[in-house]
Write a protein that binds this ligand. Structure first.
Ligand SMILES: [Fe+2]
Length: 281
């Protein structure tokens, strides 16, 4: 029997995994292999998976405790730990503005005090062209900063509020009344340490980091923008072009991501999502 095979995709992050049927019995050794591969490559692609909602839920739950999506309307009716990422309404109409959602750089849930560990997406329908998801390596983004900026960031605390960062207007609409969190800043050091690998990472994003507590707003916003330019240089990215059946898992702490937002706005795009809050042992 051959084991799983990991093939690097991008220069720094991104790996293609073959040899695991995620809809079948995934044993503990395979789960540990996946966790270690995630530590190494930060974004994993499992092409050609055949999963229904129960099977997807079963697999995602093995990785850890699933978070219920903050917006109730996106939750899967039978599995509140799963949510839809779709531009297709219940009446079958396509939301033409869906194409611009989540196209600014962000880390899911950075506006909560305890952000999730993993994001998982499974593609059910993909646009005829475009619609990629782009990921940035936030460990390397930190390591490659000049020493003066690294020293400055070591003393800064990011204040995160949903969609309140300099790129926040491109995010998924307002939380308005449909949210469970209050409109309070989540507070995160600008430089965090990854709980599994111990690597330092830049925990700042254009969508939700509205300012640094120790700085005036204008100076903060300018710094957030500079950090985004630095972190999103082409050699620090992995761009995933989706095919039906692709399942992606990414490390929410050591990456940020955005939708490329370049698909034909009337094309259907349907994915099923799980957000892993805390990792199982
Ligand atoms: Fe996202």
């Amino acid at each position: 029997m051959t084991g799983p095979v990991l093939t690097p995709l991008g220069g720094r992050i991104g790996g293609r995994v073959e040899g695991i049927d995620l809809g079948g019995a995934v044993n503990d050794a395979t789960l540990e292999w996946i966790r270690n591969a995630l530590d190494e490559r930060k974004v994993l692609v499992f092409p050609g998976q055949k999963l229904d909602a129960p099977a997807f839920h079963d697999f995602a739950s093995r990785l850890g405790e699933l978070q219920h999506h903050v917006l109730r309307k996106y939750r899967h009716a039978d599995f509140p730990g799963l949510s839809w990422l779709t531009n297709v309404a219940q009446d079958g109409s396509v939301d033409k503005f869906g194409v611009i959602r989540a196209t600014s750089w962000h880390t899911d849930g950075s506006y909560t005090q305890e952000p999730p560990m993993l994001g998982i997406l499974y593609a059910l329908e993909v646009p005829s062209r475009g619609g990629a998801t782009i990921f940035a390596d936030m460990c390397h983004a930190h390591e490659s900063l000049d020493a003066a900026t690294r020293a400055k960031l070591a003393g800064l605390t990011g204040l995160h509020l949903h969609g309140a960062g300099p790129g926040g207007d491109m995010y998924e609409g307002s939380l308005a009344d449909d949210q469970e969190e209050g409109f309070r800043d989540a507070v995160h050091p600008a430089v965090a340490t990854h709980p599994r690998t111990g690597r330092k990472l830049l925990y700042v994003n254009a969508t939700h980091t509205r300012k640094f507590a120790e700085m005036e707003t204008a100076e903060s916003v300018a710094l957030v923008k500079d950090l985004m330019s630095h972190a999103t240089q082409p050699d620090n990215l992995y761009t995933h072009d989706w095919s039906v059946g692709d399942l992606l898992i990414w490390d929410e702490r050591s990456t940020m991501h955005r939708g490329a937002g370049d698909y034909p706005p009337t094309d259907r795009r349907i994915k099923l999502r799980a957000i892993v809050q805390t990792l199982s042992a």
